[in-house]
Design a protein around this ligand. Sequence first.
Ligand SMILES: NC(=O)c1ccc[n+]([C@@H]2O[C@H](COP(=O)([O-])OP(=O)(O)OC[C@H]3O[C@@H](n4cnc5c(N)ncnc54)[C@H](O)[C@@H]3O)[C@@H](O)[C@H]2O)c1
Length: 331
Amino acid sequence: MALRVGIVGCGGAGTEHARAYARLGTQVELVGVCDITRERADRLAATVGTRAYGALGLLLAAERPELISVCTAEYAHTEPVLTALAAGCHVLCEKPLAATVAEARRMVEAAVNAGRVLGIDYNYRHMPAFQVLRAEIGGGAIGEVVLAQISAHAFCYHHALDLVRFLFGDVAEVGAWVDDVPSRRGFPWHTPEEFLYVPSLSVAALLRTRAGATVALCASRLRSLEDTLLDVEVLGTRGRRALRGLPVNDVRPRRVEAWPPDPELAARLGSPVEPEPRFSLSHAFQASVAAFVEALLAGRPVPTDGRDGVAALVIDQAVVQAHRLGAHVRL
Ligand SMILES: NC(=O)c1ccc[n+]([C@@H]2O[C@H](COP(=O)([O-])OP(=O)(O)OC[C@H]3O[C@@H](n4cnc5c(N)ncnc54)[C@H](O)[C@@H]3O)[C@@H](O)[C@H]2O)c1
């Protein structure tokens, strides 16, 4: 029996989720999509061959889905997540989990109480470069990580916070310097001041992990998305890895550096060898939605759940606090 799936929010992310479910074939059935802007729901439903609704309640009542993808705008995740969980659905929510840490914790608690899975779509984890880099670090290829430097475009600052945990483990302490005006973050609505999410200009944070590594994370609007979404350099006691030049439309590193030299590394990291097909953000959506569904169907823990959503928000919030206090913040 196919898993019955619905989507709430039919903008860019909702469309990516719909395409990703379509690629899963008979494993899932996309039973309906909904959007408060009804034309958006109609358009997406027509594209992917499903039914359209103007409200989540109508979709839930008519289609009885087992899984809901929440792809509403950043500030509007809480209500659809809680509604879907209360209706007995599992949920895959877009990032950031919520507009405040308190709301995010409420969602995690609701999922536990409902006995349902709450996943969060940190799809950057599913880019081949970061899958391989994590395996290399975990396998001891460069010894103990001492220092890492991540430089990101402001648009993926929040993803970069999650990648820090994915690659180096939990964060224990945070220091930061921020250049940000919340009203200038480029969103049509006022984003919360509790955390940065997408800094209006730049942020430089020092994150100390529980394992004792230091991560210098810089993000800025002044980077070029076309050129480099993210740069990562990792220094360990026995070696070094650097991934440079991941452009937004093909997120495979253009340059790979390794010490001791490793001629196979570029191929393992998925670096472009034309005429290979590119790995775009759409591919990252497909990979993360597929991994979530596979884990759910197999009864395994999903790759990233609500607690990962809370953890990223807690670090984001600590960065803002550290800057305001002019002092390190312990988590
Ligand atoms: N993981 C990624 O790489 C990635 C990339 C892009 C966007 N996102 C995330 O996806 C989410 C959506 O972003 P987007 O760019 O698709 O936004 P969008 O504005 O294009 O689409 C959001 C849609 O949700 C609808 N909506 C809002 N409240 C609703 C409600 N209560 N019920 C039904 N529909 C509702 C809006 O009408 C709109 O059509 C955001 O959280 C964003 O951060 C993630």
